[in-house]
Design a protein around this ligand. Structure first.
Ligand code: SF4
Length: 521
């Protein structure tokens, strides 16, 4: 048993739903209790799909447990086939359905439904959503692409794109971007799967020369099977960032038997490179950035942050235990401790300890960063509805790099703004307690000397609020405000403890620095 309030991933049957919802002609019959239909909302609300995902739930109730839940499952299969007329069916159980041990695969086989039925065995108590999606995709690729005769002659400039799925982070636009990029290299994209593919399309996978894996979390097992079975090479660089996009294209050209492009031939295809070099970006240099998310997005973000924007990575992690090795390797490159956890509280502690100036993460880290008053950009699933935007917003390829530059830099204070706010932080208009100046006519007047007022101070390092009106001189209080807010609470507590131990009743600037020197020893 583990107490969990937030979870980065859903159960594995949600991963299977993502595959079913990505494809055409595939239907999922899910043995699940009443209430599990909540998962539909992920697709209709967050991804804003205009139709329900192709899933039929058995929705058994407590009173059904005394009769045959197996009969309910059989009826659901028959009705789904009759109503939706799919090309193929996948069948499985949710967490509670798994406990009933009704064996959906065996039951569906006895029905003679007249279409391929693929049973899914997804261990809900050991595995999670991405694993469920990868396993489902692997099983259906095997079911439809097995025993195919590969054509005698295969166009070396042909490929498949594997991995894009429903509910993937910016997947819709990544597919468009990468397809365009491949076409500009003269590469013919035969099948994109699972997004938009039908079972018949999966049967055509072995007809292409090689496979491109855009999301290893989803497509690795299927791509490895195609490689073992048909000898199809895999292009595995995830093209997020300029360097990665160039490496990706080099890998594609090698897989297609094309000569490498001379270095510099792709210069000028993005704006990130010049924007990051322009003098206005100088203030970005060495900004401390904490990165957490889906493994491939986190690794790509760390590379962009260091090689393309000049940030310093101060934390790197993922919630995907299956990709711990990739994160460990990357963390070693940047000299930080890898963080492999699905506990958001551990991530929050790591963020506080790393003292970043920018957080790049999932929807969860967005909340944490908001609480800590840190700038943040979302780089990975799980994401909320605002990260399924109406506008074109890829992460991959050259346009993806442009989008990334804007979305990472915008939350940061602009260089001049930062500089001026530091210089004039005791000014009535810019002190920490002043309302935004455009609200001035309606804002409560800022106190003449904010420092002179007793205020409640909330600190990111878990310090409880302290009444600061007693014991501290106004100068000392002002000086304390220069300490970064994550450690301000600690600095306050240490100084007060230091003053108490020496019988100092009035804390001055000198006391603050004496305490600092004392605790630094
Ligand atoms: S079956 Fe699983 S997904 Fe459904 S409500 Fe129970 S725990 Fe949640």
């Amino acid at each position: 048993m583990k107490l969990a309030m937030w979870t980065y991933e859903g159960p594995p049957h949600v991963g299977a739903m993502r595959i079913a919802a990505s494809m055409r002609g595939l239907h999922y019959v899910l043995h699940a209790p009443q209430g599990d239909t909540y998962a539909d909302l992920l697709f209709t609300m967050i991804e804003r799909r205009p139709s329900r995902p192709p899933v039929t739930y058995t929705t058994f109730q407590a009173r059904d447990l005394s009769s045959s839940t197996a009969d309910i499952f059989r009826d659901a299969c028959r009705e789904a086939v009759e109503r939706f007329r799919p090309e193929a069916l996948i069948v499985g159980a949710s967490c509670t359905g798994e406990l009933l041990q009704d064996d959906p695969g065996g039951l569906a086989r006895t029905l003679d439904l007249g279409l391929p039925v693929i049973p899914l065995d997804l261990p809900s108590y050991q595995r999670k959503e991405h694993w469920g999606a990868a396993e489902t995709f692997y099983q259906i690729v095997r079911a439809f692409a097995a025993n195919r005769q590969r054509p005698e002659t295969i166009d070396p400039l042909s490929c498949n794109i594997l991995g894009p799925t429903a509910l993937g982070f910016r997947v819709r636009d990544d597919v468009t971007e990468i397809r365009r990029l491949l076409e500009s290299e003269g590469i013919d994209v035969r099948v994109i799967a699972p997004l938009g593919a039908s079972p018949a399309d999966l049967a055509r996978l072995p007809d292409a020369a090689f496979n491109i894996v855009l999301s290893p979390e989803i497509a690795n097992p299927a791509a490895q099977w195609l490689k073992r079975t048909y000898g199809m090479p895999i292009v595995s660089t995830v093209p997020i960032g300029i360097g990665a996009t160039r490496d990706f294209l080099a890998e594609v050209r090698a897989a297609a038997g094309l000569p490498p492009r001379p270095l510099g031939a792709q210069a000028g295809r993005d704006r990130l490179t010049w924007y990051a070099r322009s003098v206005d970006s100088t203030y970005l240099t060495r900004k401390r950035v904490f990165i957490f998310g889906e493994a491939s997005h986190a690794v790509a973000a760390a590379r962009i942050a260091t090689e393309e924007l000049g940030f310093t990575v101060c934390g790197l992690g993922t919630y995907m235990r299956e990709f711990a090795r990739e994160i460990r390797d990357a963390a070693a490159r940047y000299g930080v401790e890898p963080l492999i956890t699905d506990d958001h509280l551990e991530v929050e502690d790591a963020i506080i300890a790393a003292r970043p100036e920018l957080v790049l993460g999932t929807q969860m880290e967005r909340h944490v960063a908001k609480r800590l008053r840190l700038p943040c950009a979302v780089i990975s699933a799980p994401a909320h509805v605002q990260d399924f935007p109406a506008r074109y917003a890829p992460q991959m390829g050259y346009e993806g790099a442009n989008v990334i530059f804007d979305s990472w830099v915008h939350p940061l204070m602009m260089g001049l703004e930062e500089h001026l706010l530091q210089m004039f932080r005791s000014d009535f208009e810019f002190n920490d307690h002043a309302a935004a100046s455009h609200l001035h006519p309606h804002a409560p007047a800022a106190p003449a000397s904010a420092a002179a007022q007793p205020v409640r101070d909330e600190s990111a390092d878990g310090a409880t609020a302290i009444d600061v009106g007693t014991g501290w001189t106004a100068d000392a209080e002002r000086e304390l405000k220069k300490v970064p807010f994550f450690v301000r609470g600690k600095a306050r507590r240490n100084t007060e403890a230091f003053a108490a131990s020496r019988g100092i009743r009035s804390i001055t600037v000198e006391t603050l620095y004496d305490a600092k020197a004392h605790f630094a020893r």
